[in-house]
Design a protein around this ligand. Sequence first.
Ligand SMILES: Cc1cc2nc3c(=O)[nH]c(=O)nc-3n(C[C@H](O)[C@H](O)[C@H](O)COP(=O)(O)OP(=O)(O)OC[C@H]3O[C@@H](n4cnc5c(N)ncnc54)[C@H](O)[C@@H]3O)c2cc1C
Length: 114
Amino acid sequence: MLASSDGDLLPRSIWMLPEGHSWPRTSGVTLLGDAAHLMSPFAGEGANLAMIDGADLASAIIAHPNDIERAFAAYEATMFPRAREAAAASAAGLELAFEPNAPQAMLDFFTPKG
Ligand SMILES: Cc1cc2nc3c(=O)[nH]c(=O)nc-3n(C[C@H](O)[C@H](O)[C@H](O)COP(=O)(O)OP(=O)(O)OC[C@H]3O[C@@H](n4cnc5c(N)ncnc54)[C@H](O)[C@@H]3O)c2cc1C
């Protein structure tokens, strides 16, 4: 694809938060999506996480309509471990993509076995 393209190649930096990033419960505020758990795209989960974060946060607010702090705490208790798991998968995918024989490991990953 790159060889057949006639546009310029524009390298862009990929940024990520540390795996397992979290913060102490902070009154009146929470984060979701990339703001909460930015990771490299090598797990293909960032948009999925952003959507499930939004759904979980909405559910928590509905479950605790008169106690937003309890809603935020319930949401974060679900969101942090889920984000940690995806960030670990993303880190493993990053290794796979840039290992010394790249892209061989990635090709092996996508090659059906047997
Ligand atoms: C190369 C690449 C490939 C990817 N592939 C996948 C994939 O296959 N599957 C997957 O699930 N995810 C993938 N992702 C990750 C996914 O794109 C993100 O995780 C997802 O878009 C995060 O959504 P978000 O709403 O949290 O943040 P964003 O999509 O970044 O939305 C934040 C929005 O806020 C706006 N904004 C910022 N500052 C302000 C401000 N001060 N005022 C008003 N607006 C503001 C921004 O312009 C932006 O529109 C990929 C990401 C990259 C970079």
